[in-house]
Design a protein around this ligand. Structure first.
Ligand code: G3P
Length: 213
């Protein structure tokens, strides 16, 4: 399972990459706006640290999305062009496939959207589970449904679980066989922690000191 960091903050990427567990980063216009700074420079910095950096097109018409996709893909081979799940987005995904440009389809909220994106040859799809939870639906159920559908076909499209909000989301996604999880920094920092690890280590250290006085 690949783990991505969901951020546009370069310091956060450097920190988690130093653990040796980070496979990629996902940015989006909201995260970029929060951090400020130059988008291209931020993406290029991240590309030095990880092999997958999602950069989202902001145009809404196919002709303009296509131009942005070409531009981003030319920045660095680690760039994955993120494309929203719209009809214009589907055309852009098909175009990117024909040009060998890797893509991540964002704002997926149904199995049918997932199938359409996969049919275009999208490299990844991003179902947003937290936002489904927010409106009283079960986001993880969507991952389960997509993984079940995927088990019948030969889609190369990786399922990237997005809008994760807490550590249980990552464990549940792993047990459903999802390919990738993208995780906010605050949630990523919780993943190595367990109270019994802390108390166990404290006891080991105290016992060690007691024989080395
Ligand atoms: O990767 C998608 C993510 O950025 C959306 O997360 O928490 O805004 O729903 P959230």
């Amino acid at each position: 399972m690949k783990l991505f960091l969901d951020t546009a903050n370069i310091d956060q990427v450097k920190e988690i990459a130093s653990w040796g567990v980070l496979d990629g980063v996902t940015t989006n216009p909201s995260l970029v706006a929060k951090e400020g700074g130059n988008f291209k420079e931020t993406v290029l910095e991240m590309c030095k640290l990880v092999p997958n950096v999602s950069a989202q097109v902001t145009a809404e018409k196919f002709e303009d999305m296509k131009k942005q996709a070409d531009e981003y893909a030319g920045w660095h081979k680690h760039v994955v062009v993120k494309v929203p799940m719209t009809v214009e987005g589907l055309k852009t995904l098909s175009y990117c496939k024909s040009k060998g440009i890797r893509t991540n389809t964002t704002l997926i909220f149904s199995v049918n959207q997932a199938i359409l994106a996969a049919k275009t040859g999208a490299s990844m799809i991003s179902p947003f589970i937290g936002r489904l939870d927010d409106i009283g639906q079960d986001g993880m159920e969507l991952i389960s449904e997509i993984m079940q559908a995927w088990s019948f076909y030969n889609f190369d499209t990786e399922v990237l679980v997005a809008s994760t909000r807490h550590p249980r989301h990552i464990a549940d996604a792993a047990q459903l066989g999802a390919d990738i999880c993208t995780i906010p920094y605050a949630v990523f920092k919780k993943l190595p922690l367990h109270k019994l690890t802390d108390t166990g280590l404290k006891t080991f250290m105290e016992d060690w000191k007691s024989i080395n006085k």
